[in-house]
Design a protein around this ligand. Structure first.
Ligand SMILES: NC(=O)c1ccc[n+]([C@@H]2O[C@H](COP(=O)([O-])OP(=O)(O)OC[C@H]3O[C@@H](n4cnc5c(N)ncnc54)[C@H](OP(=O)(O)O)[C@@H]3O)[C@@H](O)[C@H]2O)c1
Length: 287
């Protein structure tokens, strides 16, 4: 697979990618504000710094996970969201082009408007919130490269360690007053499955757009309750309907994953994913 650079190595997905991919190849990672041992500081909104980093590290593959990934924050901070999600990605794309690195860009289901559901990779994009718009513009930049990979998915769940970013599960662990959507079906994807998908894509030299998703649809609040049973018996989560959220959410952004599956990519069920997280969490707490 050669040398891999993970932009956003301090984030939820980036941390898991660092852990799993470094078992098989040399990996470097970056952080922006949450300093971590072994990671390089990098702000993707600064094009010279991005170019210098890629030029110095000379990665064969760049996995770009860095983003302002909260749709509500993006809606309230449009200029910052544009700078990080679109301009930042353009800077990463330009640096990959100059170095000849293969880019894997992490996108989202929010590039779709949610009207038809069961989206295939070739379906028309039409984002209805600002986060989705910035990610679609970023995809369009990535697609200007020779053989980019673009991965789209819905909510990712999983566990790194008690001291690290655990995405949605961190919110569950914190508990107190955690508000979780209670009226929209989601298609959760285990973070370990994203890493395994990337391994398959690199081993088989795939390129293009891929939809990744767990096989089941579930309301986020129900997923939250299943995960919460790992950490406490009495629920502290607060269910909230979609209309109370700042950014509009598309109604049905379920993904068709036939292309990924026929390319050798596999997905865990939610019950398998929750059990794996239980083992990882209990192992981490026991250390
Ligand atoms: N989590 C999900 O459910 C989900 C679903 C669909 C798609 N995605 C996509 O998956 C990717 C990873 O999501 P995530 O949940 O892992 O996000 P995350 O935990 O919020 O991590 C974001 C990462 O981006 C870095 N970052 C932020 N601004 C930066 C900047 N200006 N320059 C360089 N790095 C910067 C952060 O660094 P610091 O923390 O050090 O500041 C962090 O490493 C994102 O592209 C997101 O859009 C996520």
């Amino acid at each position: 697979m050669g040398k891999i650079a993970i932009i956003g190595g301090s984030g939820f997905l980036g941390s898991k990618l660092l852990e799993i991919l470094s078992e098989t190849c040399p990996v470097v990672g970056t952080y922006k504000s949450k300093e971590q041992p072994g990671l390089h500081k990098l702000d993707i909104t600064d094009n010279k710094t991005v170019e210098n980093f890629i030029n110095k590290e000379k990665p064969d593959v760049v996995i770009h996970t860095a983003a302002m990934a909260d749709p509500n924050l993006c809606e309230e901070n449009k200029e910052v969201a544009t700078n990080i999600n679109y301009i930042g990605t353009k800077n990463v794309v330009d640096a990959c082009r100059k170095q000849g690195s293969k880019l894997i860009y992490i996108s989202t289901v929010y590039v779709f408007d949610g009207i038809i559901g069961n989206y295939q990779e070739s379906d028309q994009c039409n984002p209805i919130n600002f986060y989705g718009k910035t990610k679609l513009h970023a995809e369009q930049e990535a697609l200007k490269l020779a053989d980019p990979v673009i991965l789209r998915f819905d909510i990712v769940y999983g566990f790194n360690s008690v001291k690290k970013n655990n995405g949605f599960f961190s919110k569950i662990i914190r508990g107190k007053n955690a508000e979780v959507n209670s009226d929209q079906k989601r298609q959760p994807l285990l973070v370990d499955d994203v890493c395994n998908a990337i391994k398959v894509i690199l081993e088989r030299n795939h390129s293009g757009v891929y939809h990744l998703a767990g096989s089941e649809n579930i309301i986020k609040y129900e997923l939250g309750l299943a995960l919460e049973r790992i950490v406490r018996n009495k629920s502290e989560l607060i269910p909230i309907p979609e209309k109370q959220q700042i950014a509009r959410r598309p109604k049905d952004v379920s993904l068709n994953t036939s292309k990924a599956k026929s390319g050798g990519i596999m997905f865990h069920s939610i019950s398998e994913g929750v059990e794996l997280i239980r083992e990882q969490y209990e192992g981490s707490c026991a250390q």
